[in-house]
Design a protein around this ligand. Structure first.
Ligand SMILES: [Zn+2]
Length: 250
């Protein structure tokens, strides 16, 4: 159910039968020299269309949050960075608006790594309001599965570039782009550190990306994500809206 094109009468009907909203969250930022700046919005948008085909009538698909937080890629042209403080409050307020409209289950479909720590805080605050959440960080949650199809994933790497090519061949190129292995990620922080981690604003083997891999990834990941959403609903019923209680920390 697409909220963007729904009228008020349709929305009121939707409130009677649906208690879950999915909010896509992205970023506008440098994705190497070769991928669209809106990669982290375009990929969630495509997933939303595919999930809607499977889960229509069960989930309200909300309009996407386009801008996010990117400390790492902020030194590169094309990155429009919102501070984590503002981003956390902005996403939280949007989620609270959905809660006040009767949606007690919220799926945050995140396309961007720099958003993750902020979204963790948002979901903790929401749990305190008895809103249950599932955050999907597709590029991390299914990384081992992704490697079966795209062995060298990364930021604008083999996985993201393949997905973008599958969306539209004009939104990325691979010729002459090459490959950057990401150094082991420790908790180092220094000014413009992202330039070391992402020498040309990307990591992974972008040159190995193909349309076919992108289509395979979309197909596989959509299946895995649907399974996780169904698990979310099962757990939400068991836990009575306190899924955060079963999160296991290392
Ligand atoms: Zn990305």
């Amino acid at each position: 159910m697409d909220m963007m094109t729904m009228n008020l009468s349709q929305f009121k009907e939707c409130q009677k039968t649906i208690n879950t909203v999915l909010i896509p969250i992205g970023m506008i930022e440098a994705h190497g020299p070769h991928c669209a700046l809106g990669t982290d919005v375009l990929i969630p948008r495509e997933f939303v269309g595919r999930l809607n085909d499977v889960l229509d009538k069960k989930i309200l698909m909300a309009p996407e949050i386009t801008y996010g937080h990117s400390w790492g890629l902020a030194p590169f042209a094309g990155t429009i960075d919102v501070s984590s403080e503002v981003f956390i409050n902005y996403v939280f307020e949007i989620c609270k608006g959905f809660q006040q409209n009767g949606f007690k289950n919220i799926i945050l479909f995140n396309g961007h790594g720099g958003n993750i720590s902020s979204l963790d805080i948002v979901t903790e605050k929401l749990a305190d309001l008895e809103v249950s959440t599932l955050t999907i960080n597709w590029f991390i949650d299914y990384r081992e599965d992704i490697k079966q199809i795209a062995p060298h994933p990364g930021h604008a790497g083999e996985d993201e570039t393949s997905l973008i090519l599958a969306i539209n061949k004009n939104y990325a190129y691979t010729s002459g782009v090459g490959s950057h292995e990401t150094p082991i990620q420790k908790r180092f922080r220094f000014k413009d550190g992202g330039k070391t981690l992402y020498p040309e604003a990307f990591s992974g083997n972008a040159e190995a990306a193909t349309v076919e891999k992108g289509e395979q990834l979309f197909h596989m990941l959509t299946t895995l994500i649907v399974e996780d959403i169904e698990t979310f609903w099962e757990l939400e019923q068991i836990q009575g809206g306190r899924i955060d209680d079963i999160t296991v920390d290392a």
